[in-house]
Write a protein that binds this ligand. Structure first.
Ligand SMILES: Cc1ncc(COP(=O)(O)O)c(C=O)c1O
Length: 360
């Protein structure tokens, strides 16, 4: 029986060819190919500047560092996100302050954000979970009125927009990830986008040991090594060319799942405007996702449970109530989402889901 994984990277001969070219060029670390990849991301998202780094956790950390966030500062973070979002705040020596999410976008509730702003708050980290967004105009107004920075964790939002503007480009700095399950991948990788030259310059220095300029051994501040490589960039350039096709396919897939499962009252989809959101993962809500997951696993169909609500995880355990986040974590399931799945794969998956609910 064919094995269908929840997600698979999609890399083929074209990427292979370009990687070999770079390997034979005599220059494999960050250089021209990286610049090409960065320009493609900047152009695609409509940002003035882009810098690529080793992964999407480091990019969040660098965003916070570039904004001068550190010891004694608080950053507001949604309670439903991949754990890298609050971890990056901890890496920067600041304190993540969690807020509940909105049930209809799975993104942080702006009403809750307003309640959690304190004298120590320096930034709001908006996570565009699965390419959805809160009301970004209201988010920016709250930030402006309270003199806060906005860092967008758009790791899952390449190809997604709010009112036609690419997510990740609203705030001071936006962050993307190219880890293997993402819509495009470089195996590991991350990107920062910004329209502010001062922040871009700061990021460039911080990711390269704090060097004053590239060939210099002068460091006027402490920096690190979060540079990219041209080998990975060669993969990224090819993947970016394939991005539009993949985004369209993800939208088609979301529609197909929705259409096929529409008569199952046990399954709930979130109302999703596909002209703005390109769902990265195909998300559904059911009463018992673990039971459905177990059933599908026996049929060689992979799924993924939603993230745990952050406040229930060991490092961040708290008695505070985040009821929408808890609900999402207890009911959400990600169905197979690789952009290369065929229509008949999706029909097959939906047939198995229907058979589960006929029996249960
Ligand atoms: C919302 C979110 N933030 C941050 C990250 C971290 O990205 P990376 O895995 O590239 O470090 C991820 C990726 O998994 C993510 O989904």
């Amino acid at each position: 029986m064919k094995i269908i994984r929840q997600m698979d990277p999609w890399i083929d001969r074209e990427e292979e060819k370009e990687v070999i070219k770079v390997m034979r060029s005599g220059w494999i670390t960050e250089a021209d190919e990286t610049k090409r990849f960065e320009k493609m991301i900047a152009d695609f998202t409509g940002s003035k500047y882009c810098s690529v780094v080793t992964n999407g956790t480091v990019s969040l950390y660098l965003a916070l560092k570039a904004l001068g966030i550190g010891e004694g500062d608080e950053v507001i973070v949604p309670d439903m996100t991949m754990v890298a979002s609050p971890n990056a705040v901890i890496m920067a020596n600041a304190k993540p302050v969690f807020v509940d999410i909105e049930k209809d976008t799975l993104c942080l509730s702006l009403d809750e954000v307003e309640k959690k702003i304190s004298k120590k708050t320096k930034a709001i980290m908006i996570v565009a979970l699965n390419g959805r967004a809160p009301d970004m105009h209201r988010a920016l107004k709250i930030a402006k009125d309270n003199n806060l920075f906005v860092v967008e964790d758009a790791a899952q939002a390449l190809g997604s927009y709010f009112h036609g503007k690419h997510l990740g480009t609203f705030g001071d700095i936006g962050s993307f990830s190219f880890s293997t399950p993402k819509v495009i991948t470089t195996a590991q990788g991350g990107a920062l986008v910004t329209d502010r030259k001062d922040l871009y310059d700061k990021i460039i220095r911080l990711k390269d040991f704090g060097r004053v300029n590239r060939s210099s051994q002068n460091h006027d501040e402490i920096g690190f090594n979060f540079k990219f490589t041209d080998i990975l960039a060669a993969i990224g350039v090819v993947q970016m060319k394939k991005l539009p096709t993949r985004l369209n396919r993800k939208k088609e897939m979301y529609n197909s799942y929705k259409q096929e499962l529409k008569n199952l009252k046990q399954i709930q989809f979130i109302a999703t405007d596909l002209s703005q959101t390109s769902p990265w993962f195909m998300d559904i809500f059911v009463s018992d996702p673990k039971a459905l997951q177990g059933f599908l696993k026996n049929k060689n169909i992979g799924t993924r449970l939603f993230y745990p609500a952050i406040h229930t995880t060991e490092p961040y355990k708290s008695e505070n109530q985040y009821k929408n986040s808890l609900w999402a974590s207890e009911h959400g399931l990600w169905l197979p989402s690789s952009a290369f799945l065929t229509d008949s794969d999706i029909m097959h998956i939906c047939k198995e889901i229907k058979s589960f609910y006929e029996k249960n």
